[in-house]
Design a protein around this ligand. Sequence first.
Ligand code: NAP
Length: 474
Amino acid sequence: MKMLLEGKWVDKNEKIEVKDPYDDSVIDTVPKGNKEDVGKAMKSAAGGFEEIKNVPVHQRAQILYKTASNVSDNLDDFAQLIAREGSKTIREAEKEAARCVNTLTVSAEESKRILGETIPFDSFPGGENRRGYYYRFPIGIILAITPFNDPLNLVAHKLGPALASGNSVVLKPATVTPLSALKLAGAFLEAGLPPRALQVLTGKGSEIGDLLVQDERSRMISFTGGVEAGKKIARLAGIKKTGMELGSDSPVIVWEDAELETAVDSCVSGAFWGAGQNCIGVQRLYIHYSVYEAFKKDFVDRTSQYRIGDKLDENTDMGPMITEKEAVRVEEWISEAVEGDAQILTGGKRKGTLHEPTVLEGVPETAALHCEEVFGPTVNLYPIKGLDEAISKANQLPYGLHTAIFTKDVDVAFKAAYNLDCGGVMVNDSTDYRLDSMPFGGVKYSGLGREGVKFALQEMTEPKVICFNLSDVK
Ligand code: NAP
């Protein structure tokens, strides 16, 4: 595929191969964008901003509705592409493609609800003659940087609200999964988006990232990815807004009165969705000691029935990790935990990029598997006795995206909800529940700001006050 630069599809002699992580076959190539292309993208996006900001809201909404329908009409193709270039099984990819249609549709709807309000200037002496209001205006070029694990819908979460509010975008998708993003850009152009309003630059973060981030022409960086890259971007960004959707180490509490079957089903899926490469994937399970053994037995049984392998087979439950290097890292983290006396209850083996879904207990709190984001198919079980203990263990790490609790007791649920330090608490769902229109984001190292269309729209616009000093208001 080609990249989208200066309103045209552009190829280059230097290419990056996009490979299927399941069998290492080359699916396609994309041009390797360089530093010169960064300058071209920013310059063209500046022109694109002048165009898109003047497109009336009803037309922007139509472009978004039409893009959503283009994706919807080609749902199978999008799902195949997601499944081939990334780690997701075809069933997981189908869900992501359908969610992308929803994200774009909600963006179209929300484009009509970017509201301001009147200001009571006479609420302080001296303002008696003043009348006015504020409205929200687009801020300019948004630099969007996206990760590999949801290669379509997380791109839609940036393009949808940015374009809905009249900004232009320079998008740099993950190098391992750029194809879904390019196909989505095609759907936008077909829907009538002014071409320079969106630039999609394929190229390596390690080579063009610093220049992109430091370029003063963009007014906001909307980044989704790992904490390390996030910290570096924050250091280099200079005076511009930054939205950070980063990693986590998601904890779930299973209370003594939990509906165990629901909790097991939900947490198995939440732990191994996308081969565990999921920012809200279940990593630490704190289970009341009175139900620990029963929960453990069912959880291990369900996990050991997981079918792993060919992503395009409808019967496969879990696919490969994104690269062999990542699968080896998970293997090493498991070994470190086992050396510290952790026990593997099921799984633990790796073949190439395929790592078995793995359940452990007794993982020491000093092990990386406990205190770092694993971003792989492993989950740790821990027995707990009291709610305060469970909440304090859940809060003990420097992350806070989603947490979850399974209980039938409203008091327990409320206490947990108000004391868990994070961006969202799921009650009787695992941490892996998200609606694309809800505010989504974290505290501590899990991020800054919120996505979820309506909330991203606030971040991507600024209020402008208009105040009339009138000579006669009576
Ligand atoms: P990553 O290595 O941080 O990369 C994310 C994106 O940043 C890629 O496009 C990457 O480009 C680019 N990048 C890396 N270093 C950069 C730099 N110095 N300057 C500019 N761009 C740079 O993350 P990943 O492995 O793709 O994704 C996994 C991480 O994303 C996990 O930590 C996960 O929790 C997090 N995530 C968070 C959310 C959320 O909403 N909170 C959602 C999904 C994923 P290259 O591909 O070229 O390296």
